[in-house]
Design a protein around this ligand. Sequence first.
Ligand code: SF4
Ligand code: SF4
Length: 146
Amino acid sequence: MSVVVAQEKKPLIRFDIKKCAFCKICELSCSKYHYKKFGDSISRITIIRKGPLMFKCHICTRCEKRFCITACPTKALSYKGGNIVVDPKLCNSCGDCVKACPFHGIRLHPETKLPLICDLCDGDPSCVKDCPKGALSLVWLPEVRK
Ligand code: SF4
Ligand code: SF4
């Protein structure tokens, strides 16, 4: 049984598969916002094609289990202000957080080897704004723990 343990809400980027055109503009928008250059390998959101009209969005869902935080052996991850935050001084780039996330919400930056995790672009997600089909939206859900 699930119980709401706090009045706090958690942010979520909601993906509407029916609207997605698989243009992957969201990925380019994300990389441009964070690194001032385009590149799907440095995007914190990934759209995967699973079939002719079947797409999946890989992004941190701020899940209540916080598998990534539990898996990190160096305590480099924490949850602050609705985001999973990386302490680059503590991270050893082991990738355990990447493996632990069941939503495929983390990847390591190809150069810095630090985890890439959605941070909502300071509260105004670039991917949501730039999706030409309106397939992405920012919603706030009650924090629920099992
Ligand atoms: S990165 Fe994955 S495991 Fe960590 S909070 Fe987000 S969804 Fe959960
Ligand atoms: S890659 Fe860094 S943040 Fe991720 S589990 Fe390893 S030490 Fe922790």
